[in-house]
Write a protein that binds this ligand. Structure first.
Ligand code: PLP
Length: 424
């Protein structure tokens, strides 16, 4: 720690605060390492089952008929996520795109979507057409939307869910967001999600249950047993190496429907080439358990550090973590901005850039974002962002290595001390 401090001009007080937080985080961090060991074993077993070979990394062109790299990657993800089938594609532009494909692939005019973990992620508002009947949205195609909020303890409202399922026959799709996203609530454990899935199954067996799995992969030793799981490859399962892409995994019939939305009816999964190597997708999945563990251990360190400094944090230190986000409530704009700028300073890419709050499309308030990442916007890499509005919460996540996360903690705190925002 002393050597790092000398190299980075970190004051003794900051070194001591971070060391103390690290000591307190140790126990939770060693439990995170245990989860990573199980997940690495799961992943390696899947690689061997699918007989992954060098030829699977080769680029393809044109229609991509018999693209064995593409097809084997699908099978590999299905094995690892515990599903029948998967659609894993570099051409899926983002997590929102993957979620949109799943919703449009599964829902038809007259159907209703029912979100049972409160409002879905911000970017889905326009996909669903929640606030306006936006042209092209699900709503403009005649798909209805219904929502049930979680209570303060992040428990499902089982009575209301039953009532809706019994009364509204047109409900065809249940939507569950595993991670907290930009809400101040605990994320959902796999156990809790599986429990509500069993409950729903007793009431209706004709609804498709979709889980927004973003940020959740590999935080536990298995994934939810939903009909469909959806996620982004520049988050957890890309292991920091996948340069772009998304996945949809689940029941064969569901994945096929969604694949026919991704390409066209009649073509589905059979067509689609990639004129670059598939290697980063394979290698990223192989690295993902370790990289997710590094993110979780970093989040635990930040949780202790900023909780010790008197800020409200979620999850609380020592709480189980079901996604990679650490929320920190700063209570005022200046500390939020200084924190994000500190994180940017500790980045390997664009460290010299000073992030400022800006008017991001689709947001009501200005947002500040620190993202000095190798892959643009990749939030499995160390990053922080937050809307400039009360209570001025920073959403901190990622870290390809724990050692980098530790530097992030030192540099961001030093920045806040230098600006006299935090007194030690
Ligand atoms: C990131 C995220 C999304 C959307 O993914 P993008 O890649 O940003 O479009 C959706 N849901 C959750 C919970 C997320 O964390």
């Amino acid at each position: 720690m002393q050597a790092i401090g000398a190299l980075w001009h970190i004051s003794p007080a900051v070194l001591e605060a971070v060391s103390k937080a690290e000591m307190r985080a140790k126990r939770a961090q060693s439990l995170i390492d245990e989860v990573a060991k199980v997940n690495q074993a799961r992943v390696l077993a899947a690689f061997q089952k699918e007989k992954v070979a060098l030829r699977h990394f080769a680029p393809t062109s044109g229609y991509g008929y018999d693209d064995t790299g593409r097809d084997t990657l699908d099978a590999l993800f299905a094995d690892v996520l515990g599903t029948e089938d998967a659609l894993v594609r570099p051409q899926i532009a983002s997590g929102t795109h993957a979620l949109g494909l799943a919703l449009f692939g599964l829902l038809r005019p007259g159907d209703k979507m029912f979100s049972i973990a409160g409002a879905p992620y911000d970017t889905l508002e326009d996909v669903i057409g929640m606030k306006s009947n936006r042209d092209g949205s699900l709503s403009s195609w005649g798909v209805g939307y219904l929502q049930s909020a979680l209570n303060d303890e992040a428990e499902f409202d089982l009575e209301y869910i039953r009532l809706c399922l019994e009364k509204e026959e047109s409900i065809r799709l249940i939507f569950i967001q595993r991670s907290r996203g930009y809400a101040w609530r605990p994320s959902l454990s796999v156990q809790k999600i599986d429990e509500v899935i069993r409950y729903i199954r007793q009431i209706r067996d004709d609804v498709c249950i979709v889980v927004d799995n973003c940020y959740g992969e590999f935080t536990q030793t298995r994934e939810p047993q939903a009909d469909v799981l959806v996620g982004s490859l520049i988050k957890n399962p890309g292991g920091g190496l996948a340069p772009t892409g998304g996945y949809i995994a689940g029941k064969k019939a569901c994945v096929e429907k969604i694949a026919e939305r991704f390409t066209t009816p009649g073509i589905g999964k059979e067509v689609g080439s990639y004129y670059a190597s598939y290697q980063p997708f394979y290698q990223g999945l192989f690295m993902a358990p370790t990289v997710v563990a590094a993110s979780l251990k970093t989040a635990e360190l930040f949780g202790h550090l900023y909780s010790n400094l008197g800020f409200d944090v979620l999850p609380k230190p020592g709480d189980s973590r079901y996604d990679i986000i650490q929320s920190i409530r700063f209570g005022a704009p200046d500390p939020l901005i200084a924190f994000c700028q500190g994180i940017q300073t500790a980045s390997p890419v664009d460290s010299f850039v000073v992030p400022e709050p800006w008017d991001m499309p689709g947001y009501q308030h200005q947002v500040i974002m620190a993202a000095g990442a190798f892959t643009q916007g990749a939030s499995i890499e160390m990053s922080a962002d937050g809307p400039i509005r009360p209570p001025y919460t920073a959403y901190f996540q990622g870290g390809l290595t724990y050692e980098h996360g530790l530097l992030g903690a030192l540099v961001s705190l030093q920045k806040m001390v230098d600006q006299k925002i935090v007194k030690l």
